[in-house]
Design a protein around this ligand. Structure first.
Ligand SMILES: CCCCC/C=C\C/C=C\C/C=C\CCC(=O)SCCNC(=O)CCNC(=O)[C@H](O)C(C)(C)COP(=O)(O)OP(=O)(O)OC[C@H]1O[C@@H](n2cnc3c(N)ncnc32)[C@H](O)[C@@H]1OP(=O)(O)O
Ligand SMILES: Cc1cc2nc3c(=O)[nH]c(=O)nc-3n(C[C@H](O)[C@H](O)[C@H](O)COP(=O)(O)OP(=O)(O)OC[C@H]3O[C@@H](n4cnc5c(N)ncnc54)[C@H](O)[C@@H]3O)c2cc1C
Length: 645
């Protein structure tokens, strides 16, 4: 099963080897539990381990293999980030996609060797979503052939970029490019921030950390201001866009080609989110198979809480989602790599499809992941609320994904633009022009769903039902938009009046895609035992997801209430059928205890002993009487006692 999750036996077994190798190297392990450390201690600890990784990486992994590096980072550094997180996630991808060969020789090679540390500085105090209204300006000075970077007002301060505050000495900075008074929109520049020897900020740069966040606090998200700060013309990233010495602008082959670093993260983060969801479910499912509370049969001992249907309903659909997301994530990464290669040859035809797909997936997956993690925390009762479970940190990190790389409701609108165009083609009788991701929009629905109208409905009946729902909502939302426009609204006003419906269409389209990705993967599985378990999980998934969106199919009679009853019964049937395999389904992700960092979720199942040992190690228990008691509580109680006398 691990080979299914990790798209092949090769990487699945490499993960095991890497974990086994690290198990023998105590210097790579957390020196104490992360929840017991201050933010400063965590940053120090993470930097220590980062240095070890840089020194010994070649003995443990093939450093050219991104997935091996990812696993090494998960084991050693964990999810709370590290001082070079953005260096790998965005700085290197931005240089790879946007720097010219010459620039890559100068900077990318140094970045890969970790001679310099970089980040991606785009968001500002006043603007994150609307990139065209960024306020940092890069004005071209033809005389000196330099760009002058400037922060004209407080809202123009860069704000949020990861590792900007304290760790990075370079950044790919996004600024509005002005040449001879003309605004050429957001462009990307390579900008030195700190002296390479002293790490002091360079003259003209104001820089620092933005302070603690909900989670992800090892990362020093930062602020950055420029005071007429000059960089050479050749620091504009010029793989696709160019500015000649005389200020002539040479257009890229696609207007949004500079957004590639964002698309990179959006493509990879689907898998990252699936893994975080699986972390939380591993913890909660293992704990639920140890925790005993209450009885189902009063003549029998107390049961494991995993025997309760409500507990299964709380956890198993999310287990299915974690599988679905990792399968969908593998597809987005493949598509991203393909588009990256095609862009190199000047073919930008798939950029819009990739953008639409990743915008929708990013939004749906992060939202459902956060919901699933929070349910997993609650499924652990009181102990879920303790940081010993580590689920609160997993939630905090994962839920950030709803905001970073494009606020979810905004990104759903990006997909909606694509869907509306596709709906326009259908309306114009040009369905043959629809791309493969939206071809179903041009098909005709059956009059009713065939679910439960055939002896054992196959996945095709479910897929057709999801297609019907997504098609109906897309065409209806587009119609609403077109209707407002026909009545005289501008497109923008009409759009704003239709966005709740448009975003619904985007979610339904994306949920259909996720179901299809799951079906595609299960169909490929050859091993019959594995296929049976995955088929059960897929059946749970399609029934659960369909129930969740059934209102759309009930309102036009595509599904009847008796079919809905059938879907509910199927769901309950598969909850029970999956129960014996539940622990194996989470264990199949093969997370080591070190990677999971959870006292509740350890493989040995000795929950109570482990919890007690953890509590005893809490910094508060170092002494029996705290200074706060000596200083305040004792005098308080003493004076209360004295006044009573
Ligand atoms: C390697 C492992 C990684 C795992 C990661 C795991 C953990 C990560 C941990 C921590 C966080 C790490 C990073 C976070 C970093 C950041 O958050 S960086 C900042 C990200 N910021 C955003 O995402 C901003 C969101 N805003 C936008 O993207 C754009 O402003 C917009 C909303 C897309 C609008 O852009 P705009 O230029 O105004 O375009 P407009 O709306 O006018 O659209 C014009 C057409 O262009 C199309 N389009 C837009 N973007 C793209 C694109 N990327 N590719 C292709 N096409 C694009 C758009 O759809 C429009 O097309 P039409 O045909 O006209 O409809
Ligand atoms: C953990 C974390 C890490 C980050 N790392 C980086 C980084 O490394 N580099 C970087 O540059 N940035 C980074 N960011 C910033 C992040 O990318 C932005 O915060 C994000 O893109 C959202 O933009 P915003 O903050 O401007 O939100 P806003 O756009 O202000 O969103 C506020 C609300 O307005 C709504 N809204 C906005 N526009 C519209 C619209 N057109 N239609 C309808 N509703 C709208 C949103 O849906 C939301 O409800 C990070 C953020 C976080 C939380």
């Amino acid at each position: 099963m691990a080979a299914q999750i990790y798209s092949g036996e090769k990487y699945a077994s490499r993960r095991r080897e890497i974990s086994a190798n690290l198990a023998k190297r105590p210097e790579f392990h957390d020196s104490k539990p992360l929840p017991f450390m201050t933010r400063e201690e965590k940053i120090l600890e993470s930097s220590r381990k980062l240095t070890l990784i840089s020194k010994h990486m070649n003995e443990i992994i093939d450093p050219s293999d991104k997935r091996e590096l990812y696993h090494l980072n998960c084991e050693v550094l964990g999810i709370e980030g590290n001082p070079m997180a953005l260096h790998g996630d965005m700085f290197i991808p931005a240089l790879t996609a946007q720097a010219s060969d010459e620039q890559q020789e100068k900077w990318l090679s140094r970045a890969l060797r970790r001679e310099i540390i970089g980040t991606y500085a785009q968001t500002e105090l006043g603007h994150g979503t609307n990139l065209r209204k960024l306020e940092t300006i890069a004005t071209y000075d033809v005389d000196t052939q330099e760009f002058v970077l400037h922060t004209p007002q407080i809202t123009a301060l860069k704000w949020w970029p990861g590792n900007l505050g304290k760790s990075s000495n370079y950044a790919v900075v996004v600024a509005l490019m002005i040449i001879k008074g003309k605004n050429y929109g957001p462009q990307t520049f390579m900008v030195p921030l700190r002296d390479e020897k002293t790490h002091q900020p360079l003259k003209g740069i104001t820089i620092g950390d933005i302070g603690p966040k909900l989670a992800y606090n090892i990362v020093d998200n930062g602020f950055l201001g420029f005071d007429h700060y000059r960089i050479p013309r050749t620091n504009l990233l010029m793989r696709h866009t160019r500015v000649e010495p005389d200020g002539t602008f040479v257009k890229p082959p696609h207007a949004k080609i500079n957004y590639s670093a964002m698309v990179h993260v959006r493509s990879y983060m689907i898998t990252g989110q699936a893994i975080m969801l699986a972390y939380a479910l591993t913890i909660a499912t293992r704990y639920s198979s140890v925790r005993r509370q209450g009885q189902i049969d009063t003549t029998q001992p107390e049961v494991k809480v995993l025997e309760y249907q409500t507990q299964q309903h709380r956890l198993f659909p999310s287990i299915a989602r974690a599988y679905a997301f990792v399968f969908a994530g593998a597809e987005t990464v493949r598509l991203y790599e393909r588009v990256l290669q095609e862009v190199e040859t000047g073919n930008v035809s798939l950029m819009a499809d990739l953008h639409a797909l990743t915008s929708g997936l990013k939004s749906v997956v992060t939202h459902q992941t956060a919901q699933g993690i929070e349910q997993a925390r609650m499924a652990c009762g009181g102990h879920g609320y303790s940081q010993a479970s580590y689920i609160s940190e997993i939630f905090g990190v994962a839920v950030g994904g709803c905001t970073y790389e494009g606020e979810n409701l905004v990104m759903l609108q990006q997909l909606a633009r694509y869907l509306v165009k596709s709906a326009g083609l259908v309306q114009a009788g040009q369905s043959s022009k629809l791309g493969p991701l939206v071809a179903y929009l041009g098909a005709k629905s059956d009059s009713t769903s065939l679910i439960d109208r055939t002896p054992t409905p196959g996945f095709a009946e479910y897929v057709k039902t999801f297609q019907h729902i997504a098609r109906k909502q897309t065409l209806k939302a587009a119609q609403k938009l077109f209707g407002f426009m026909e009545k005289g609204d501008t497109r923008e006003v009409a759009w704003n009046k239709s966005t709740v419906e448009l975003n619904r269409a985007s979610r339904l389209h994306t949920r259909l895609y996720i179901v299809e990705a799951f079906v595609r993967r299960v169909e490929e599985v050859a091993d019959p035992r594995l296929k049976e378990v995955l088929t059960d999980l897929l059946r749970l998934h399609v029934n659960y997801e369909l129930l969740d969106v059934a209102a759309y199919a009930l309102e036009d009679g595509f599904l009847s209430s008796s079919q809905l009853d059938y879907i509910r019964e199927q769901l309950y049937f598969y909850l029970a059928k999956i129960r014996p395999n539940a622990v194996s389904l989470v264990d199949s992700w093969e997370f080591s205890d070190r990677e999971l960092r959870s006292v509740l979720g350890r493989r040995d199942g000795n929950v109570y002993e482990n919890l007690f040992a953890w509590a005893k190690a809490s910094p508060l228990n170092k002494t029996d009487v705290l200074p706060s008691v000596d200083k305040y509580l004792k005098p308080l109680m003493e004076s209360a006692r004295a006044s009573k006398l």
